[in-house]
Design a protein. Structure first.
Ligand SMILES: N[C@@H](CCC(=O)N[C@@H](CS)C(=O)NCC(=O)O)C(=O)O
Ligand SMILES: [Fe+2]
Length: 378
């Protein structure tokens, strides 16, 4: 069995999905924020339940989607303990295992590219992050990088794995996809047949340009991809929050936590559609900037046509519709109708006012208003 290998062309990053064939529980290694939709689609396509997101290190060149996947897919987050990723629920130490169904991946602490970097062994595969690349290795000139440490991690820890072990790197800048421990031992240009001193002088002479997104990426990755400047409405602000799994949705794109809906809306990816009646908005309060398109439940053709037309006018092509009602019930019906109209539509969990039943059964922590998201009274 092989891992699923996914590629982000903007950063030449490989993301991997590994799963238990019987239980369909999965782990995603080094997911990229700009590929979150692709990754969710991959999980759906294979019928997988994401148990874990895990990082090989705090990346300098792209931003992880770990926090987003925790919210969207209900995954738990794990990261190497030495990487300063304080938001990860599990801080991995050398030889720790992450279990998913009857499978597990084993963490190997391999300092050098960064002090906390790890590789992960699954069956006869190893995910090497930026510790070992095909024919090369990660740079050691920033982020606590250390060339002698990298030499020892590669030669003493990775090269101790069986030669037949398949190597799955964190990046490749030349279109190669995988290698093996045996092939790297004999043919890796930087390390095969070299002494530690030779390796260190090669690394010191690289003089690579700084990754373009480094100043933004490292701090974001140290909070699971949720940017520090996202303010108080961070998507992952407590362990309870990450329980806000998106429930599998029948007939519409999915269920969103209010915070995440707010972020998508603020980022301009989506239109916030308030499907309550005028009377409810006036009486209870409203979200400034949300588009009111009332969803009426009685089956009067003329009224549904009004909803369809108003919704189509409110949601420009390419944007998602995020449906908000009082407690998260009508918004599901509205999201289903929007989907029939060809709009990518999500239901916002617990609506504007929260749903005590939902809170009791699913451990959610309130609707739009209780979460301190912006709203006003008339
Ligand atoms: N040009 C890339 C930089 C790529 C880069 O520096 N990658 C790091 C991994 S985070 C590395 O170790 N590269 C090794 C190499 O290029 O040989 C960017 O601006 O993001
Ligand atoms: Fe890196």
């Amino acid at each position: 069995m092989r891992p699923i290998q996914l590629f982000d062309p903007a950063s030449s990053t490989y993301t991997y999905v590994v799963f238990d064939q019987a239980t369909r529980e999965a782990v995603i290694i080094d997911p990229v924020d700009q590929q979150v939709e692709r990754d969710l689609a991959t999980l759906r396509e294979y019928g997988l339940k994401l148990a874990w997101t895990v990082e090989t290190h705090a990346h300098a060149d792209h931003i992880t989607s770990a926090g987003l996947l925790a919210e969207h897919a209900g995954a738990k987050t794990a990261a190497p303990q030495g990487c300063g990723i304080g938001t990860a629920a599990v801080q991995l130490a050398h030889e720790d295992r992450l279990r998913f169904g009857g499978e597990s991946i084993r963490a190997l602490h391999t300092p050098g590219h960064t002090a906390g970097s790890m590789c992960f062994v699954w069956r006869d595969h190893v995910f090497t992050g930026d510790t070992l690349l095909i024919g090369g290795c990660g740079r050691t000139d920033f982020q606590s990088g250390n060339a002698p440490a990298l030499y020892r991690s590669i030669t003493e820890i990775l090269f101790a794995l069986p030669d037949a072990t398949t190597v799955w790197p964190g990046h490749d800048y030349a279109g190669r996809t995988y290698s093996s421990i045996g092939a790297e031992k004999s043919g890796n240009g930087r390390i095969a047949g070299r002494t530690e001193a030779e390796f260190v002088s090669i690394m010191n002479a690289l003089h690579l340009p700084r990754p373009k997104r480094m100043d933004e990426a490292v701090p974001a990755n140290q909070s699971s991809g949720i940017r520090q400047d996202a303010g108080e409405h961070s998507s992952v602000d407590s362990a309870a929050e990450s329980k806000l799994a998106v429930r599998p949705a029948q007939g519409y794109a999915g269920d969103l936590a209010p915070q995440l809906a707010y972020e998508w809306w603020q980022a301009g990816h989506a239109v916030l559609v308030d499907v309550r009646t005028d009377a409810e908005r006036e009486w209870v309060g409203f979200v400034p900037g949300a588009v009111p398109v009332a969803w009426k439940q009685w089956p009067a053709m003329a009224i549904n046509m009004q909803f369809d037309q108003a919704l189509q006018a409110a949601v420009p092509a390419g944007k998602k519709a995020l449906m908000l009602c009082r407690s998260g019930v009508r918004s599901i019906a509205a999201a289903k109708r929007a989907t029939e109209l060809g709009i990518t539509a999500y239901n916002i969990l617990e609506g504007f006012e929260g749903n005590p039943d939902d809170a009791a059964q699913r451990g959610h922590t309130g609707g739009w208003r209780q979460r301190g998201l912006p709203w006003r009274q008339n």
